[in-house]
Ligand binder design. Sequence first.
Ligand SMILES: CC(C)(COP(=O)(O)OP(=O)(O)OC[C@H]1O[C@@H](n2cnc3c(N)ncnc32)[C@H](O)[C@@H]1OP(=O)(O)O)[C@@H](O)C(=O)NCCC(=O)NCCS
Length: 134
Amino acid sequence: MITEVNDFEIVAPILKEYFHGYIVNNDPFEKVAIYNHNGIMGIISYSIMYERAEINYIITLPHFRHKGIGSKLLEYALKDISNKKCKSISLEVETENEEAINLYLKYGFKREIIRPHYYAGKDAYLMTKEIEVK
Ligand SMILES: CC(C)(COP(=O)(O)OP(=O)(O)OC[C@H]1O[C@@H](n2cnc3c(N)ncnc32)[C@H](O)[C@@H]1OP(=O)(O)O)[C@@H](O)C(=O)NCCC(=O)NCCS
């Protein structure tokens, strides 16, 4: 089950382990949703800023990967973002993070440019997706 959480401290220990540089609750637009089944199995964070949105991070805990949880979390965020009438979504992902890049490509994101040294000396792709507003 996917639920939105308001208390970001719930995800802080997981973030600390997987994205130790990420600052919790620094973004007033940020939304965090967890995939929960007897405990947290995955998390997605995204920010909706008027006509545009950003995916901040998505994590499936290692034991639960390749079971569709990352896809379900991304679908959840994309639906919310689309409902809020956003026109575009962007994200940064390390150029060597094949799993995540494939996940984003699967959902229609395109690699735009490389941002050199984006993550402590490691390059990142800026990936974007346009949304057709009905
Ligand atoms: C990226 C991540 C969230 C994917 O989560 P997941 O729950 O395993 O994803 P899913 O099972 O829904 O797989 C979705 C797609 O991701 C891609 N993918 C997942 N694992 C992959 C692997 N080992 N190799 C290549 N592509 C992979 C595939 O495109 C897959 O689609 P498919 O099953 O139709 O081939 C997970 O690997 C993760 O938490 N990584 C560490 C954190 C991270 O780097 N996050 C992204 C940066 S913010």
